[in-house]
Design a protein around this ligand. Structure first.
Ligand code: ZN
Length: 441
C-alpha cells in the first residue's frame, strides 16, 4: 500500500471514531455510548479484536495480545477514548472530522482518538502480516480519563492483583514540538517521565455575617481576596530543579541560540541558574520546579445585600515530587491560617513515580522516534498535566507519556479548547512509530 493509500485509510478510520461522540462527565453511569464506541473499534480493527482477549471494566477496555514467550515481561500501550465537551465557538462541527488544507478539526483528534487509532492500526497491520510479539502486549483504553480516572484505576489494581509487571507502559503525553523552550531550533519529542499530583482544596472564611449596610473590616470575601493575591505574590512552595529538568536542558539547550545557551554553558551552576531563569521563561517551565495552586471556583452569600457567614474558594493544586502532596497541603494550610482561613482537603490526589530516562524502555521510545521522525531530538520532561498513566506506577517502573504527532504551540492550546486539530500527514509515521515499539519491545 502506498503512503497516500495508507493515509486515506487511516483518515477514514479516525473519522469514524471522531464522529461517535464520547464526551465523559463526572458521575456518568450510563455507559451506552462507550459500548457503541467499542463496537466501532471492533469494526475498524477486526484482526485486533479477533486476536486479543478483551476485558471490560465498566466501559474501559483492556486487550491482551498473547506473545510467543510467556517468560518475557509484557508491555502496555494505552490511549483513552472519552473526550471533554467541545464547548462553543468552533469554526467546524466538532464531531464532523472536517479536513481543511490537510488539517483535521474535531474534538478528540489530539486528545486522544488520534493516538488510539494509530496504536490499534499498528497492531492490526502487524497481525495481518503474521507477526506475533515475543512477550504479551496489552492495549488499554479508558472512558474515564477526562473525569476521575476510575477505569485506569480499576484496571491497574486488577493487574497488580494478578502480579503482572510491565517492562514498558506508554500512554498519551508530550508530542513532537518546535520550541519547547524559547529559542530552541528544530523539532523535539517530549517524552513525559512523570506527572505532578493533582489535589483539590477548599479554603473557607467565616464571620458573624450581617447586613451589607454596616460592614466591618476583613469580611470573609475580603480575607479570601487578600489570601489569593498573597498566594500569587509569595513563594509558599519550595522550588527544586529535578534531574529530569536538568536532563531536559542538557538535551535541548545545545539547539538554542538565546540566553538558555549561556545557562547551559555553566553546567556546574546549572541548577542554581535554572531555578532563577525557569520561572521567567514561561509559566509551564516554572511549574516544573514547584507545586502550583490555581483558584477555580468561589462562593459568597446568597443575596446581594448579605455579608456571608461563610465564603469559600476552591483551589486546584498540582504538587511537585520533592515537596509531595502532604507537604504542599501543609504549606498552604499554614499560609491560609494567617488570613483566618480554614483549609479543607476535598481530594488529596497522588503523584506518579518518576521513571528512568536511562532505562531500556525509554531507549525503545527514543529509537522509535529516531526511526520514524528522522532529525527529531528526544528529551524527557516532567508533565504538568495529568494522565491515566499515573495509575500504572503500580504495575511498572517504566511509565512514559508520549503521542507521536508533530504539533505547534497553537495546536497544543486547542486541546480541551475549541478547534482542536492535527495535520493528517501525522497518521502514517504515528502508525509506524507504534509498530516499531510493539515489534522491538
Ligand atoms: Zn487525554
Amino acid at each position: 500500500m502506498s503512503d497516500t493509500e495508507r493515509s486515506n485509510l487511516y483518515i477514514e478510520k479516525l473519522s469514524k471514531l471522531i464522529k461517535k461522540e464520547t464526551v465523559s462527565e463526572p458521575g456518568q453511569t450510563d455507559k451506552t455510548k462507550f459500548y457503541e464506541f467499542h463496537d466501532l473499534l471492533r469494526s475498524c480493527f477486526p484482526a485486533v479484536f479477533e486476536t486479543c482477549e478483551l476485558e471490560d471494566f465498566d466501559g474501559s477496555i483492556l486487550l491482551r495480545w498473547r506473545g510467543k514467550n510467556g517468560s518475557k515481561s509484557p508491555v502496555m500501550l494505552m490511549n483513552h477514548h472519552d473526550v471533554v465537551s467541545p464547548g462553543q465557538g468552533w469554526k467546524h462541527d466538532p464531531f464532523s472530522a472536517c479536513i481543511e488544507d490537510g488539517i483535521m478539526f474535531s474534538r478528540g483528534v489530539l486528545d486522544n482518538k488520534g493516538g488510539l487509532c494509530c496504536m490499534l492500526q499498528a497492531a492490526e497491520e502487524l497481525i495481518e502480516s503474521g507477526f506475533t510479539p515475543e512477550g504479551d502486549i496489552y492495549f488499554e483504553s479508558a472512558c474515564t480519563e477526562e473525569t476521575d480516572g476510575a477505569g485506569a484505576d480499576a484496571i491497574s489494581k486488577e493487574l497488580q492483583k494478578r502480579g503482572i509487571r510491565f517492562s514498558l507502559v506508554l500512554d498519551e503525553g508530550g508530542m513532537i514540538m518546535s520550541e519547547p523552550l524559547p529559542g530552541a531550533k528544530g523539532l523535539f519529542a517530549m517524552i513525559g517521565v512523570a506527572e505532578k499530583g493533582n489535589a483539590d482544596l477548599k479554603f473557607i472564611a467565616r464571620s458573624q455575617g450581617g447586613h451589607a449596610s454596616t460592614p466591618g473590616k476583613n469580611t470573609p470575601l475580603v480575607r479570601l481576596g487578600k489570601f489569593m493575591a498573597a498566594v500569587e505574590k509569595s513563594n509558599i512552595f519550595t522550588s527544586e530543579v529535578s534531574p529530569v529538568v536538568v536532563e531536559m536542558f542538557r538535551r535541548i539547550a545545545p539547539h538554542t541560540d538565546g540566553p538558555l545557551k549561556v545557562v547551559f554553558a555553566n553546567t556546574d551552576k546549572l541548577k542554581l541558574l535554572l531555578k532563577k531563569v525557569l520561572p521567567a521563561v514561561s509559566a509551564t517551565a516554572g511549574a516544573m520546579l514547584r507545586t502550583t495552586l490555581a483558584f477555580t471556583m468561589a462562593k459568597g452569600s446568597d443575596a446581594h445585600n448579605v455579608i456571608p457567614q461563610e465564603a469559600y474558594v476552591i483551589g486546584n493544586m498540582r504538587f511537585s515530587h520533592h515537596q509531595t502532596g502532604k507537604g504542599s497541603i501543609e504549606a498552604v494550610r499554614k499560609f491560609a491560617s494567617k488570613f483566618d482561613i480554614e483549609t479543607e482537603v476535598l481530594n488529596p490526589g497522588f503523584e506518579s513515580a518518576v521513571s528512568d530516562f536511562n532505562s531500556p524502555a525509554f531507549k525503545i521510545i527514543e529509537k522509535a522516534v529516531n526511526e520514524c521522525f528522522p532529525g527529531v531530538v528526544t528529551s524527557p520532561y516532567m508533565m504538568t498535566g495529568c494522565s491515566d498513566c499515573r495509575f500504572m506506577s503500580r504495575v511498572s517502573d517504566s511509565c512514559f507519556r508520549f503521542t507521536p504527532f508533530v504539533i505547534d504551540s497553537a495546536q497544543l492550546e486547542t486541546i480541551h479548547g475549541k478547534d482542536e486539530n492535527v495535520a493528517v500527514e501525522n497518521l502514517v509515521p504515528a502508525v509506524d512509530f507504534y509498530k516499531y515499539v510493539i515489534s522491538h519491545s
